[in-house]
Structure formats: C-alpha cells, structure tokens
Design a protein. Structure first.
Length: 425
C-alpha cells in the first residue's frame, strides 16, 4: 500500500532509538578545530554538543544548544538536506560506517523540549532600538529571533494569515505539514516579537516603516512559479507547482487521476511527483529536458522519487498540452544535448521529427520561481552580509540567494542581523 500524502518521510525517533543513535557519535572537534558537521551547518549548530547531551539523557539541554544558534531548530530538523550538509561530512563515513542521523536526533530533542515546555532562550535585555522584518518565512523568523535576542523590539509583517512562508505553504506535507511552526512562533513571541499578519508591505509602506523603525530586514522570499507558457495552459487539470502544494498543505488535495506528468528537474518537481503518487496516481512521470547528470535536484532526492514509484524520463521537453476542456496529454519532443549554456550545462535541443504525446490526466509545471518585483533594486544591491544600498535596510533568504534550503536562509538571516547590529555576535 502506497504511503498517504501526510505520511512522514522521516518518522520521529523513540527515546531508546535516540539514545542508541546519539551514543554512536565520536564527539569529534574542539575549540581550535570544530567538527566537520558543525562547519557544514549554515546555522552553526554545535552538533557534537547536542548529540552528547542526548546521549547523556538530557534532551532539554540538547534543545537549548540547538536553539541558541537556530530558532527554527525544529523545522530544520525535518526539512534540512542533511545528506549534503552535516551528515555528508560525518567522520564515521571515513570508516565505512553510516553517518550519525543528525536530523532525526535534532527533531527528537526539539520535540521533547516543546512537549515539556523547556525554556529555550533567555529573555533579552532591551537595547532601546526597534526593528521591522518584512516576511514571516524562514529568513524572517530567524532574523526576528536573532534581533530579539540582541534586545531589539521586533515587529514581523507578512501578507499571509499564518507564519512560515515556504515552509507553511510550499514544502510538501510528507516532509512537514504545519508543526512545529506554531511552537516556533510562540518561542519568538516569548522573546517579545510581535507579528502583524495579513498585511502586505509595498514600497510606499516600506517608506513609512523607515520612519517608524531603526532598521529593517527584507525577507520576502521568491515570487510565483516561473512564467513558462505552453499551448494548452488553460486546460483544466494544469497546475503550477506552488498552488498545487499549497492545496495539499491546507488539506484540499486536488484530484489527479491515474496519470500525472510533472515538468521540471528540481527538488520541488520531485516533491510534486512523489505527492502525486501518494495521492493515488498509478503513474507519476517526471519530465526533464536534460540528463540525470544535469538535474538540479539533489541526488538523494532523485533516488527518493524512484523509491516512491516515480518514473523519470530524461531528454524530454514538453511542446504543448493537449485536450478538449481538460488536459489529456503532453506533446513532447525528444531532446539531445548541445553546447554548454551560460550556466555551464549543455543546452538541450530538440531532435527533428521526434514529437510524441504522453497521455495524462494532470500536469504540474515545476520549473522554478520568479524573483519578487517589489524591492528588487534593494535586494539586488545586497552584499554577502545582506547590506543593501540603503544603510538601514538589510536583506536575507531566498530573495537574495534565488532559492535555497531553510537552514541556508537561517544562516543568511544571522549574518544580516550581525551586520545590522554592527558586526557584534
């Protein structure tokens, strides 16, 4: 029986499992040479320390260690690509052993702490300054936590009615549904952060905020799906990836029929294809115009898709969507790789006379996201530490990196706040 839409990819560890797993850690690293897993963590969490605290039977202390560096420690425990970050650099791999399951241990500690109301950060001493954060996604929440910890009175603005940004609305539910976002928002409120939700900030409102606050962090994320149009886009059963995932996240799963085609080769395309299979599709196809070698999705995500029953077709590019009222097929061209393009990847080009039609009931386009147009000049001016052309405005997260992981957004938010606060830790 196939997993359901909300069946978790990584179920939580039991106490016994967590103790056994934590006890495997070699606790490498030290004050002069940090452990490789710490170096690989964009949020700079002291992994050996919190794992050792779990092994000692103190998950509350482990959670405090995690949250001292990452106020989204619970979310990151669920959605971090640990396979290409901390776990990839675990020293146990050098001995041919499997790495410590750092993500699962972090989830165990953070969930234990929330369940037992463990105080996770000390209340800050006010510094008399006010800061606004625009965006309540990962970068915005992380920036709010770091600002509050430094004594700022922080107000977070977001156009949505719930916090979380892409985590709440754009990460597939088999990775994370809603928890632990409410707990993370509560932690921030306990630090004094105020949330103003359902409020869109445009350029005019930003100017007003400049008069009301000492500093501003822009954490607005990316915009809508990339505007890639095909003939037949208006047929029923054709979706963009973000609205498709949002429907799942709010509990209104769309009917997908027996055959689903997902266009794209990134991690979001993988998520959509996996969820389509879990929604009951007999066939879930991932159509990608280059080869597996060029796919932007992580290698472990591609293998996940295969394990979940997704069929991946390479060197295939949609030309048009066909049907009468509702989509019935994807007309594709067979592709071949030509010379490298500006990205360094070989450019796909159609093979003459190779067009064919794949019968489908649903099509989801997952080809990336557009940058947000608002504040574009400010965002494009941001440097490595988030400083923009306006000395009182800083930027962090997907808006400046083009779309990355949640933990990368946390790391960038921490850098931006450090720069905003004069480089102080």
């Amino acid at each position: 029986m196939a997993p359901a839409v909300f069946d978790e990819l990584r179920p939580p560890l039991t106490r016994a499992e967590a103790l056994v797993e934590a006890d495997r850690c070699l606790e490498c690293g030290g004050p002069h040479a940090p452990a490789p897993c710490v170096v690989a963590c964009p949020a700079e969490v002291d992994v050996p320390a919190f794992v050792a605290q779990i092994a000692d039977g103190d998950p509350g202390a482990a959670a405090r260690t995690i949250f001292s560096e990452n106020v989204l420690g619970g979310t990151c425990a669920r959605v971090c690509p640990v396979e290409v970050l901390c776990q990839r650099d675990c020293v146990l791999l050098h001995d041919g052993r499997r790495p410590i399951d750092i993500g699962a241990l972090q989830r165990y500690a953070t969930e234990w702490a929330y369940a037992h109301d463990v105080p996770l950060r000390e209340p800050p001493t006010p510094n008399g300054r006010r800061a606004a954060v625009v965006g309540a996604g990962p970068a915005g929440l992380a920036a709010a936590g770091e600002l509050a910890a430094r004594g700022y009175a922080v107000t977070v603005f977001d156009e949505r009615e719930e916090v979380g940004g892409l985590v709440r609305y754009a990460i597939a539910p088999y990775r994370q549904s809603n928890e632990p976002l409410p707990d993370e928002a509560k932690l921030l409120e306990e630090l004094g952060v105020e949330f103003v939700l359902g409020t869109r900030i445009d350029a005019a409102r930003l100017s007003v905020l400049e008069d009301e606050f000492d500093a501003i962090v822009l954490a607005v994320g990316m915009g809508a799906d990339a505007d890639v149009a095909y003939e037949g886009d208006d047929l029923e059963g054709v979706w963009e990836s973000l609205p498709f995932i949002e429907q799942l996240k709010v509990g209104e799963a769309p009917p997908v029929g027996r055959r689903v085609a997902v266009i794209g080769g990134g991690n979001t395309a993988v998520d959509v294809a996996v969820e389509a299979k879990r929604l009951g599709a007999d066939v879930s196809l991932l159509l990608y115009r280059r080869t597996e070698h060029e796919m932007p999705a992580y290698e472990h995500e591609v293998e996940l898709a295969r394990r979940e029953g997704v069929e991946i077709r390479f060197l295939v590019s949609p030309v048009a969507l066909v049907g009468r009222g509702r989509v019935e097929g994807v007309r594709c061209a067979q592709m071949r790789l030509g010379e490298p393009d500006a990205s360094g990847r070989r450019s796909p080009e159609p093979v003459p006379g190779s067009e064919f039609v794949i019968p489908v009931d649903t099509v989801v386009k997952a080809i990336g996201q557009r940058p947000r147009e608002e504040f574009l000049d400010l965002i494009e001016s941001a440097d490595h530490d988030g400083r923009t052309s306006n000395p009182r405005i800083f930027a962090a997260g997907d808006a400046i990196n083009g779309g990355a992981s949640v933990v990368q957004a946390v790391g960038e938010a921490k850098r931006a706040v450090a720069a905003l606060d004069g480089g102080r830790r």
